[in-house]
Design a protein. Structure first.
Length: 327
């Protein structure tokens, strides 16, 4: 068992590291890692339907898609993540209890009566502190989980506070649970890195063949290339989303009500209709036509409309207000 030391807190790099190790290392591996403020969405989710876009922008929260399924989770430096990558027989690779057991054992040593509940959660007194997901590649499984230790709960709730009326799709939706930080249940103060050390020490005890491994410069180069090609791209993090219908009503004092109804596939606007009680100088069908085939992201929409005076199509409306309505 390799215990791979991780120091980077960039979410794109950290998720790319998991894929790189899964597909390039022969040995079983264990990792502990942290991300800066970020939302990590499941492989099969509609990213925009899982995040509070305005809050994410205002607070510079990164959004990255992971390899595994399941729901969206919030990460910050008060959240510790753990990963097991192991090989085995196909019929026994999916085993959430097996890979969460070491975490429960550490918490038991600390006097915390944590439990495995439901399909993939760990709880304390009925409140969730860990969600887990798995991804199978050939005869190997990647199991990873979150451990809320001292996360900023305001950011967690606000960043994932989405208007469910905006999107109609068949994508996997996250199930929100009552959550808690592990630190709230400790009998003596401890910081997240001290907690990480306890887990690491327990893994060393549990796996007699455990040895530490530092990523080499070659490893780093290959991981950064995977970030460049995949985990740092809009195409993976947003465009990979399943087909969805986007609806939003924008109300402004000077321009009235404007309703956006867009059909989006592979991240691109296939069809869009704009309704409302607004006044206009020019036919808004020109705007709809200009947006057809454009990626459903702010930079692409802004570029597509750079030669339009938006106030001529929606009286007194600014481009920034238009983008707020459609993004």
């Amino acid at each position: 068992m390799l215990i791979i030391k991780r120091h980077n807190t960039d979410p794109g790099f950290n998720l790319a590291t998991e894929e790189y190790i899964l597909k390039n290392f022969e040995e079983d591996s264990f990792m502990l890692w942290r991300n800066g403020p970020s939302i990590i969405v499941g492989k099969h989710q509609n990213t925009l339907a899982e995040i509070n876009v305005d809050y994410v922008k205002q607070n510079n929260i990164r959004v990255v898609r992971r390899l595994s399924g399941g729901g969206a989770v919030f990460h910050d430096l008060g959240n510790l993540n753990f990963t097991f990558i192991q090989k085995g027989k196909q019929e026994s690779l999916i085993d959430f209890r097996r890979y969460t057991e070491p975490i429960l054992e550490v918490l038991l040593k600390l006097g915390i009566n944590a439990k495995f509940e439901g399909r993939n959660d760990l709880t304390i007194d009925g409140r969730k502190f860990s969600g887990n997901a798995e991804h199978i590649w050939k005869n190997r499984v990647l199991h990873h989980g979150t451990l809320l230790f001292s996360a900023v709960m305001t950011d967690l709730t606000q960043a994932l506070n989405v208007d469910p009326q905006k999107f109609q799709d068949k994508a996997v939706k996250s199930v929100r649970s009552r959550v808690t930080n592990i630190s709230e249940h400790l009998s003596a103060p401890m910081d997240v890195m001290q907690f990480a050390t306890l887990i690491e020490d327990h893994i060393v005890e549990k796996y007699p063949d455990a040895k530490f491994y530092e990523l080499t410069s070659e490893d780093h180069d290959k991981i950064h290339e995977l970030v460049r090609q995949k985990y740092g791209t809009w195409e993976w993090n947003f465009g990979y989303s399943p087909r969805y219908n986007f609806k939003k009503v924008l109300r402004t004092e000077k321009s009235g009500t404007i309703e956006f109804d867009a059909d989006v596939h592979n991240g691109q606007i296939n069809h869009i209709k704009i309704f409302g009680d607004y006044f206009n100088k020019y036919d808004t069908g020109e705007i709809e036509q200009a947006l057809t085939g454009v990626a459903h992201r702010e930079s692409s929409i802004r570029k597509a409309l750079e030669n339009f005076q938006i106030g001529d199509y929606f009286t007194n409306l600014t481009m920034e207000e238009f983008l707020q309505g459609l993004c």
